[in-house]
Design a protein around this ligand. Structure first.
Ligand code: ASP
Ligand code: MG
Length: 421
């Protein structure tokens, strides 16, 4: 007997029938002898609809009130889930984030979890209930409701799994697991059996929309075993866990395409110490995440050196970034700023640490597909290129096939280790 956290995403609780079906999965786990905590997202497109509604009132709603509004989506879903479990003859109780002491900082719409008081959950589990917790939300020290950022229910689930020392955190979704690439774009993309936290963290930050990045950081830090699986059936999905030796043989595990990004360039700022610190300090102060940074070649003008400073940001942050960039170029004595939409194509794999030639293979595939590369960035386990949005999908397909990601990987050193999860 163990403790299982089951998280159901919006599409897995989109209507009454799906709520009942999710309830039956929790009941099944309970009947198998486990304690079960469910974490539930808002039904279907509720969050999008609420955002839409807010924007019909005002283009820039106060973030505190956004959180107040968006948290209601999850609150509906947990109550309905508790009713479904009751109706099936089992004990259950639903809690909002605040009701289980899920404390966050006060950064509305992007809050981070600070602590969880699991006592109330443990009590109800001990009493035999299936406990249902609202995903995506918490409260700050002043009892304001906060939310954790889009997709944040994953983070709630993993944080609870960590605090409760769950045996596994099941993430029930409308997909079979983690794929080598988005199957809507790459027709022969393959579901992977197992992938490491690190690879998944890279994939998530690079645009694979399977899991919220913060949830993976928690999972890695507290070694929470994740199982991403499809709520439409009972077949196993993808295990996300620590690295096992055999995984080094897989050079590239997955490829991603991130759309809806913008490249922002602050033009002709003085090339001297402190300029980058000013630019990225100002952006960090606004809690905006910068992905790629490109400092262009500097040029001599009027006796001094100048450079263009480019970086990429999420389209959702563009409004604020434009405001900041417009202030920055003036303050720094630059010439202006410009921005253009871009996409990023990346390949990820822990095997890159011990294999060479990955960048060469990727660039060759892109050149054969006629894709121009605007910028390149790398880490120990990933290579990313920035391309124009029109080239994004072509580029993704090209790299997917160059690394033969459609084929089952050949594992030389101990396939048993992978199978033994
Ligand atoms: N309902 C929120 C969203 O749609 C949180 C979540 O689904 O995880 O972003
Ligand atoms: Mg949702």
């Amino acid at each position: 007997m163990g403790l299982i956290v089951q998280k159901f995403g919006g599409s897995s609780v989109a209507d009454a029938a799906k709520i009942k079906s999710a309830a039956s999965k929790a009941i099944k786990a309970k009947l198998e002898g486990h304690q079960v905590v469910m974490v539930v997202s808002a039904m279907g497109d509720t969050t999008d609809d609420l955002i839409d509604l807010a924007h019909q009132i005002t283009p820039h709603p106060p973030k505190r009130e956004m959180d107040q509004l968006l948290s209601t989506g999850e609150q509906q879903a947990i109550a309905l889930m508790a009713m479904a479990i009751h109706a099936a003859g089992h004990g259950s109780i639903s809690f909002t984030g605040g009701q289980v002491g899920l404390m966050t900082d006060s950064v509305h719409t992007k809050a981070r979890i600070k602590s969880i008081d699991a006592a109330r959950i443990r009590d109800r589990l001990a009493a035999g209930d299936i406990v249902i917790v609202a995903g995506f939300q918490g409260v700050d020290a002043d009892a304001n409701i906060t939310t954790l950022g889009r997709g944040g229910s994953d983070t709630t689930a993993v944080a609870l799994a960590a605090v409760l020392k769950a045996d596994v955190c099941e993430i029930w979704k409308d997909v079979d697991g983690v794929y080598t690439a988005d199957p809507r774009i790459v027709k022969d993309a393959r579901k992977v059996e197992r992938i490491t936290y690190e690879e998944m963290l890279e994939l998530a930050s690079l645009g694979a929309g399977v899991l919220h990045s913060r949830s993976l950081e928690f999972a890695k830090k507290y070694s929470v075993l994740l199982h991403v699986r499809n709520s439409a059936h009972d077949r196993a999905g993808t295990i996300i866990g620590p690295e096992v030796k055999a995984m080094e043989d897989i050079v590239v595990s997955g490829a991603t395409l991130k759309k809806d990004m913008h490249k922002v360039t602050i033009q002709a700022v003085p090339d001297k110490p402190g300029v980058a610190a000013r630019i990225f300090g100002a952006i960090a102060d606004a809690h905006i995440v910068v992905d790629d940074i490109i400092q262009n070649v500097s040029f001599l003008d009027n006796g001094g050196y100048f450079t263009d400073m480019s970086f990429t940001v999420d389209k959702t942050d563009l409004h604020e970034v434009r405001r900041i960039a417009d202030k920055l170029w003036r303050e720094l004595g630059g010439q202006g700023f410009k921005d253009s939409p871009v996409s990023r194509v990346s390949v990820v794999g822990v095997g890159m640490r011990s294999h060479t030639g990955v960048a060469g293979t990727m660039f060759k595939a892109l050149s054969e597909a006629g894709v121009n590369i605007q910028a390149i960035s790398t880490s120990e386990i990933k290579i990313s290129v920035i391309v124009t949005p029109e080239h994004g999908e072509t580029a993704l397909r090209a790299v997917h096939s160059a690394f033969k990601l459609h084929e089952e990987p050949v594992i030389e050193s101990g396939a048993a280790a992978v199978a033994a999860v």
